[in-house]
Every structure is written in structure tokens, then in C-alpha cells.
Design a protein around this ligand. Sequence first.
Ligand code: PLP
Length: 467
Amino acid sequence: MPTPPLAGSTTGPTALRPLLDTVLTALTEGARRRDGPLPAGGPDTVTPHMRTTLTPLIPDQGTGAHHALATIVQALTEGAADPADPLCAAHLHTPPLALAAAADLAASALNPSMDSWDQAPAASTLEADTTAGLAAEIYPHHPAPDAVITTGGTEANQLALLLARERHGPVQTVTGTNAHHSTARAAWLLGLPEPLTVPAPTGTIDLTALHDTLTRNQGKAPLLVTATAGTTDTGQIDPLTDIADLCAQHGAELHIDAAYGGPLLFSPTHRHLVNGLDRADSVTFDLHKLGWQPASAGILAVPDRRHLHALHHHAPYLNADDDTEAGLPDLLGRSLRTTRRPDALKIAITLQALGRTGLADLIDRTCAAAHHLADLITRTPTLDLYDRPTISTVLFRPTAADDHTVATIRRTLLTRGHAVLGRTHAHGRLWFKATLLNPHTTPEDLRRLLDLVTHLTTELKEGSTLR
Ligand SMILES: *Cc1c(COP(=O)(O)O)cnc(C)c1O
């Protein structure tokens, strides 16, 4: 076999074009064969199919680029839970925009590594300007906000706790019981005390309980409150300005985990929901959720770029002092990672391609779909709605069904390949969770989703044997 061609340089694109054609054909054929939001049959069917395609993983003689791409990409697609299908709506699992996926191809072909200027001359500027621009959206009234790119909310929350620890010593984190699990893990990873948790009986932090916790602990240790703008379970938003006021009153720092809700900023209609974001000492913001980017595309934003200095690090082969003095940008302090993909590329291309009105339109359509789903549930006598959606998460359950039935319906929809719904506990019961992120979702799609649930509820009542 001749030495395989590379992706870059002047000849790379010529080599890529027919390979891409093979990939696109496999994506099309795989989706056609799946014909739904996920493959039917559950792990018993999907696992052996994928495994057969992968065997042998390393043959003595390679099968060639077109064959390997065609067979493995097609099997992967056929066995995918595809968020581009409107009935794949369980998680904050976004359907990426075609333009963002195309941008990611350029990132892969050029492979700039974001740990030193000599591996990413233009990409370093692109990243710096994109992060500064996004930080300025979050902190419009601060003179020098900045942000770093992360692999998502988990890494951003870790960095937030790390930066607070570097500023104040071992901080005591205070979270709501509605906070994302990554906050407690970050405290564990960083050797910080376990977070104090404040009740969130209605889905958002109880302000009286927060006030009490801050009063009891003030002066014992530096305090860091983490609030959530868009909880993973219900999409609710903590009362951000009230929490910021309490933090100011008690000398506590504030981190806002806006992994889900942050991009509401781009919509003039929905921006008010995240008022107070700019009161935080740091903000987690994901664009692989309400930003329609392929994973990963996270940021951690701070109101003053000097807050990021704690990440500075010296490795003479990447940022020698004389290189930095001679004007080569020092990138190593922009992450705890070393080799790093230029995730800012797809983000910058998306922001520019869609513009403010395009982004707002995607967000407004997505929120409108969630409200429409809630309306349909309200009008269906056999279904209960948990609450009106804050962002795009809708919780519902069949009236009078027990938790076991809800769980069984969810798994049956998965096994049949009919729908991907999430599940969450609220008010002591199990609910279906629909997290809508697909701006192409139509009212008919939503009707179909509810019909699947109500028909299955009836089927179960009539006593057929389902798993
Ligand atoms: C998704 C999410 C996270 C975790 O982010 P990843 O991008 O999955 O690492 C953290 N917090 C909230 C509120 C989230 O919705």
C-alpha cells in the first residue's frame, strides 16, 4: 500500500475530497437504514453489529481508506442516537449545525495545537479574539473580560473552583441541591472541602436557606457560591441577581454555571432570563448545547483577564522567556491541557455566519418548540405537565402511572428505536424529560412523540409483556 496522503498542504484537499464523498455517502446510508432517532433492538442488537464491523480491529493487511471509512462510518451512523432527529430529545445533546461540522473538518485538516504560537500562528489570534468577544457578551460593562476554551461545563466548573482557590485559599463551595454533579467532583479533585448544599425544593436555590448557610459560615472559610443558569434536570434558572446580592452582603464569591442557559444572552427575547450573569466572578458557558456546536465547545469567562493568571505555567520548549519577550504570544496559560484542538474555529465561523439575528432565531425557535410541547401536554388529558419550561426542558408523565411504568415506557421507546427521552426525579416522582435542542422540530414531531407515549401507556395497561 502506498504511504497514505496527508490532510494538509496544497495536496491534502485533493486527497480529502473523494474520502469525504465516501464519508458523506456512509452517513446518508447509515441514517437511511436506521430510519429513526436511534437503532432498534437495544445493546443486544447494536453491540454485535458494531463489533462485527470492527473485527479484526488491526488486520495484517489494511482494508484501505475507502473500505474502512465506508463500513465503520456507516455502522456507526446506523447505530447512532442522532440528535438531528426531533425524537432524540433526552439530553443536552445538541444536533450540530452543518456549517460547524464543516468548520471542524478544517480544524482537523490543519491541526493547529493551541499550546504554542509556533503550532498555531493564526489560530492563536482567532482563539484570543473569539474568547475575548464571548467574554465581552457576558461582561459587557467590564474593561478587560476574557475567557478560556474548555472541553465543556465540567472542565469550566473545575477551572472556576481552581481560580477561586488560587485567589483565596481553600474555598468552601456552597451549591444548591440542583447544581450539576461536576461541581462536587471539582471540589473533590482540588482537595477542597465537600460543598455545603442548600435546598432547592422548587428546582432553584432557596434564598432564605442560602442566606442562613452564608451567615452560619461567614468568616470560617472563604466562601464560593455556585449558582446554576439552566439546571440539567429541569432547565430552571436560579435567582441570579438575588444570589449575587447575598454574595456581596456576605463577602462570598459567585460562580454561575450557565453551561445550558448562557447562550440565551444572544436572544433579545430571552436574554432577561439570565440577568445578573455579569455579577459573577466566573461563568461557565457551553456552546455544544444551546450553541449547536459539535463537542466540544465550552468556555469559562471571567470579568478581568488577570483572574486567569493563576493558570500561567512555564515550559521552556513552549514559552521560553526570550521568545515571549520577543513578542511570541504565550498560550500555555490558556488551559491546563497541553495539546489542544482549535475549538474556537467552529465557534467563530458560526457566530459570523449566523450573526446576532441568526443565533437569536435558533434560540427562539428552540424555546418556542418547548412551549408548544408543554401546550400539547396540557391539552392531553392522559398526561401531566410538571411545569412551564424556563428554557427548553419539558417534564411530563402519564397521569396516574407509577414510576416503574414511566421507566418501562422510556426503555421500551429506546428498545424499539422510536424515541430517546430522558428521565428525572422531581417532587418525589419519576418524569420523562424532553430536552429540546433541535430548532427544526415541528408541531407534528411533538405530537408524534406524545402519541408514542400515550399509546405505549395504553398498551402497558392492557398487560402486554414489555421490558
Ligand atoms: C452540561 C452541563 C454541565 C457539564 O458540561 P459538559 O459540557 O458536559 O462537561 C455542567 N453544568 C450544567 C448546568 C450543564 O448543563
